[in-house]
Design a binder for this molecule. Structure first.
Ligand code: UD1
Length: 430
């Protein structure tokens, strides 16, 4: 099996370009089939989750033309009323966005229950509550969600929990319902705003995305559009924390610094220098960093998708840090692997108590999910000696050219398949 071979110890330095946001792209690609006219989407990241959703929409009759590596033309005029139940879709979380888009356009959807990272229970009751409020009948049968509506009627919907997925799904269905929908306690994440902007560019009438009240006046049909996806906040954050962990100096380009504020604030608090310009941020760490407390929260709070990466950095910082996970209940699975690299972390419920050590040592470790996998790569880059990171298919779900981008910053990392290739890497890296 392919794995990453890493030799740690090099401070990362230089410039790195951030790709389009995976989670925005999943929603936008699902929404793109709502128009019968051609939609051109740019800045689509080339990662396996995106390949899965593209295949899913192609399988139900969308015409998908790849213009270049990051640009697609999609036409959803010939979508068939077929259940969406392929192995690709089962693996990704974003597949459930096809329920919202198909229900909005055709008033009917039948989609396999979503997969994605195993970081907790991940119920979809709020999605179902929203679809029902719009007048759909929703049932779960044989592992599929079936949503049916003679007519979708706008409604006033109060979300019991702040959910990115439910906000996006309801927004899509409501944008083609009759009349006005108001979503209260909506998620405010950048990709919620990006999807609203995309839908509006096709003729939707959505106001308030980015606040906790979103107002959607339904329209009958969408037209074609050209749209460029926002940069990936979490990929950018991962490189920011990689710079911090390796005591490097990295300029992260093609970002929206506003989306990174909670990350920049924590990095400055622990002793990094962070410089922002229009579309870049530079992170410099010259000395051992300090401890802090951090709690994950919905946007604009500290993102749960950055929790493992900050924990890796705090594991090398002086003093005792406390990391509280308030979004998902099972997001500390990486701690066992980090401990094998020398970290001192105790998990109690949804809190990790981290006693900073002065160094990690390389080890053979498994990526337990997408973001924790990337965090363990950061740990390996900061560690003394060689590491192997296995189960990298998790990381490839959401990071485009991860080893290549890290190598361009001076990291010694390679994707290798056999023991022989591993030994060759170790010989070369000395
Ligand atoms: C999305 C992101 C994921 C990120 C998460 C939180 C995608 C494809 N994934 O996941 O990377 O970690 O947002 O920023 O964009 N909940 C319910 N009922 C529901 C829906 C959610 O109780 O119907 C709960 C969840 O269990 C969780 C919390 O709400 O505790 C937030 O989940 P949600 O925002 O929906 O996450 P996802 O959309 O699955």
């Amino acid at each position: 099996m392919e794995h990453y071979a890493v030799k740690g110890g090099n401070p990362l330095s230089g410039e790195v370009e951030i790709s389009g946001a995976k989670n925005a792209a999943l929603a936008i690609l699902a929404a793109s089939i709502m128009s019968n006219e051609t939609v051109r989407i740019d800045n689509v990241p080339d990662v396996s989750d995106i390949r899965a959703i593209l295949r899913a929409i192609e399988n139900i009759g969308a015409v998908v033309e790849r213009v270049d590596r990051h640009t697609f033309k999609i036409n959803g005029a010939l979508i068939k009323d077929a259940p969406i139940d392929d192995d690709y879709v089962k693996k990704i979380r974003g597949s459930y966005y096809l329920i919202g888009s198909l229900l909005g356009k055709y008033k009917r959807a039948e989609v396999t229950l979503p997969g994605g990272c195993n970081i907790g229970l991940r119920p979809i009751d709020q999605h179902i509550k929203g679809f029902r409020a719009l007048g759909a009948e929703v049932r779960v049968e044989h592992g599929m969600i079936v949503a049916d509506a003679g007519d979708l009627q706008g409604a006033h919907i109060y979300m019991d929990v702040v959910s990115v997925g439910a906000t996006i799904n309801i927004m899509m269905a409501a944008s083609m319902a009759r009349g006005m929908t108001i979503i209260e306690n909506a998620a405010k994440e950048p990709h919620v705003v990006d999807l609203a902007n995309f839908l509006n560019s096709m003729g939707a009438q959505i106001k308030g995305a980015g606040t906790d009240v979103i107002r959607i006046r339904g329209v009958e049909r969408f037209h074609g559009t050209e749209y460029s996806i926002i940069p990936d906040q979490i990929e950018a954050g991962t490189f920011m924390f990689a710079a911090a962990a390796t005591r490097g100096d990295v300029t992260i380009k093609n970002v929206i610094p506003k989306h990174l504020e909670s990350l920049s604030a924590k990095l400055m608090e622990i002793g990094c220098q962070v410089e922002e310009s229009d579309d870049a941020v530079r992170v410099v760490a010259t000395k051992r960093l300090n401890h802090t407390h951090v709690k994950t929260l919905p946007y604009p709070g500290f993102p749960t998708d950055m929790q493992p990466q900050i924990a890796v950095v705090l594991g090398l910082s002086s003093g005792t840090s406390i990391v509280t996970e308030s979004i998902f209940e099972n997001r500390f699975k990486y701690v066992d692997e980090l401990t094998r690299m020398g970290a001192q972390v105790k998990v109690e419920g949804n809190t990790a108590i981290i006693d900073g050590v002065s160094r990690y040592t390389g080890a053979s470790i498994m990526a337990p999910d997408l973001r924790a996998g990337a965090a363990l790569v950061i740990a390996a880059l900061a560690a003394d000696g060689f590491s192997q990171i296995h189960d990298i298919y998790y990381i490839e779900r959401g990071y485009e050219d991860f080893p290549e981008k890290l190598r361009s910053l001076g990291a010694e990392i390679e994707c290798v398949e056999t023991e022989r290739e591993q030994r060759k890497f170790e010989f070369r890296a000395g």
